[in-house]
Design a protein around this ligand. Sequence first.
Ligand SMILES: *[C@@H]1O[C@H](CO)[C@@H](O)[C@H](O)[C@H]1NC(C)=O
Ligand SMILES: *[C@@H]1O[C@H](CO)[C@@H](O)[C@H](O)[C@H]1NC(C)=O
Ligand SMILES: *[C@@H]1O[C@H](CO)[C@@H](O)[C@H](O)[C@H]1NC(C)=O
Ligand SMILES: *[C@@H]1O[C@H](CO)[C@@H](O)[C@H](O)[C@H]1NC(C)=O
Ligand SMILES: *[C@@H]1O[C@H](CO)[C@@H](O)[C@H](O)[C@H]1NC(C)=O
Ligand SMILES: *[C@@H]1O[C@H](CO)[C@@H](O)[C@H](O)[C@H]1NC(C)=O
Ligand SMILES: *[C@@H]1O[C@H](CO)[C@@H](O)[C@H](O)[C@H]1NC(C)=O
Ligand SMILES: *[C@@H]1O[C@H](CO)[C@@H](O)[C@H](O)[C@H]1NC(C)=O
Ligand SMILES: *[C@@H]1O[C@H](CO)[C@@H](O)[C@H](O)[C@H]1NC(C)=O
Ligand SMILES: *[C@@H]1O[C@H](CO)[C@@H](O)[C@H](O)[C@H]1NC(C)=O
Ligand SMILES: *[C@@H]1O[C@H](CO)[C@@H](O)[C@H](O)[C@H]1NC(C)=O
Length: 433
Amino acid sequence: MRLAALSILLAAASALPSHIIPGAQIIPANDKSALKSIGAHHQIYPDRRTITIRASKNEDDDISSDFLWAIHQANHGGRLLLEKGKTYMIGKKLDLTFLDDIEVQLEGQLKFTNNITYWQANNFYYSFQKSITFWRWGGQDIKIFGKGTLDGNGQKWYDEFSGSQILDPDNTFYRPILFLTENATRVSVEGITQLNSPCWTNFFVRTNDVSFDDVFIHAYSTNASVDAANTDGFDTLSVDGLRVTNTRVDNGDDCFSPKSNTSHIFVQNLWCNNSHGVSMGSIGQYSGVMDFIENAYMENVTLLNGQNGARLKAWAGEDVGYGRITNVTYRNIQIQNTDNPIVLDQCYFDVNSTECAKYPSQVNVTNIVFDNIWGTSSGKEGKVIADLTCSPNAVCSNISLSRIDVTSPAGSPPEIICDGIQGSIGVNCTSST
Ligand SMILES: *[C@@H]1O[C@H](CO)[C@@H](O)[C@H](O)[C@H]1NC(C)=O
Ligand SMILES: *[C@@H]1O[C@H](CO)[C@@H](O)[C@H](O)[C@H]1NC(C)=O
Ligand SMILES: *[C@@H]1O[C@H](CO)[C@@H](O)[C@H](O)[C@H]1NC(C)=O
Ligand SMILES: *[C@@H]1O[C@H](CO)[C@@H](O)[C@H](O)[C@H]1NC(C)=O
Ligand SMILES: *[C@@H]1O[C@H](CO)[C@@H](O)[C@H](O)[C@H]1NC(C)=O
Ligand SMILES: *[C@@H]1O[C@H](CO)[C@@H](O)[C@H](O)[C@H]1NC(C)=O
Ligand SMILES: *[C@@H]1O[C@H](CO)[C@@H](O)[C@H](O)[C@H]1NC(C)=O
Ligand SMILES: *[C@@H]1O[C@H](CO)[C@@H](O)[C@H](O)[C@H]1NC(C)=O
Ligand SMILES: *[C@@H]1O[C@H](CO)[C@@H](O)[C@H](O)[C@H]1NC(C)=O
Ligand SMILES: *[C@@H]1O[C@H](CO)[C@@H](O)[C@H](O)[C@H]1NC(C)=O
Ligand SMILES: *[C@@H]1O[C@H](CO)[C@@H](O)[C@H](O)[C@H]1NC(C)=O
């Protein structure tokens, strides 16, 4: 009897947190009124043990250690709430690869410091396009939702990077990615705004089943002489299962551009402004490496004021890789005021025609559908509204265009260029030569 009572007491004690840090709270899942009063109640997701932490007093007040403590407390079935109207500054790199069933409800503002000296010395580095990140998220069953903002504080990064090129082999000014997952399974992000990432906004590495819904990605520069450069919406490396729905992206680079070894892509109701388009790739970048992208379906995408609309891109040049892009559908796509509405580019990145002919791409492009695409080009490429140029060293076959109604302000009829593609593409097209 006494032993049983003691063990119950011990069990109860060990269920309590060892200590609570100053300014933090842990509210049990059954305390509905307390959860409601702090805004931790959700119409869809059941209440959970909920952790709150103190907010930052100013932009130099780094709460990253509180945040990390709270992530540990919320792991295994709980929720971290970042409250509406509060700002939480992250000033230290964070390794969050131990997650298993966690929710982060972001209603306030989670913002990174812009101490470039610190972040360039302290980050997670990926050799793939020399990417760095402030933090990395990994594990399983990770859900981030709310109406708050994840803010990369990018302006200082854009200013100092200005004049450099990310793909220049001599560039050493690396800028952090705003959200990165690695070795993660079942990640969902809903409702939030992702603001001014210093570089790519999202990068998923060895991740399966990631979904974004109702997210707004916005990257802009307030300095008229510099761009918010390379602020891609979505990039991937070895991902199976990627869903992006009801999402808006207003940035200065790719809107959506899965890369090496990505499969099962689904995009619906995506809106992109000022972007470099919705692209498959680029792939085939690294010498001797085989890359693939397969099984992608994209529908109801609106692309405004961009460099490209619907694009497939693969590397050419000395010492590049090889691979395939296959089974990709673009359906119901509206493109307005865009330089290159429909593109197959196998001379990426900026490889001139002599060099591209000498070292052509070895990425096969097969089973591609462009169906029901309408709107206008910008006229920058004259009457050309689609340019599909396949490399002589690759196979491009079963590429079909149907219901294409894109006009050019440079005159009519609009022109479609096709080179090196096996079989008919379903519309009249001319060779570039
Ligand atoms: C920026 O980070 C560096 C290196 O960690 C540090 O020495 C410096 O004090 C920081 N500057 C500011 C303004 O916090
Ligand atoms: C990947 O994550 C799983 C758990 O989700 C873990 O068991 C495994 O060790 C991780 N692998 C690597 C390479 O980190
Ligand atoms: C804009 O960026 C340039 C290049 O870094 C810099 O020289 C200039 O001071 C910036 N302008 C403003 C208003 O910050
Ligand atoms: C298509 O996407 C736009 C937003 O990009 C949305 O407003 C519209 O409702 C979507 N249409 C359909 C039929 O889902
Ligand atoms: C799209 O971008 C243009 C700048 O190119 C901007 O003027 C416009 O407001 C943006 N559209 C929306 C709906 O945000
Ligand atoms: C892609 O997958 C292939 C075959 O599984 C593998 O050889 C290659 O290294 C992968 N590419 C990358 C960039 O990981
Ligand atoms: C093509 O991709 C779609 C998903 O986008 C998938 O449902 C279909 O099974 C794939 N077809 C083949 C032949 O793999
Ligand atoms: C590309 O197609 C050629 C010809 O069918 C084939 O030999 C090669 O294996 C294909 N490459 C890939 C990566 O599938
Ligand atoms: C094409 O690019 C190669 C390699 O960068 C360079 O050596 C060559 O001069 C370029 N040719 C032209 C015509 O620009
Ligand atoms: C051509 O591509 C479409 C779309 O991916 C696919 O459904 C069809 O089976 C392909 N046809 C052949 C002959 O491979
Ligand atoms: C291609 O052009 C020819 C001659 O202008 C026309 O007869 C034919 O119907 C066109 N084919 C398609 C698929 O538009």
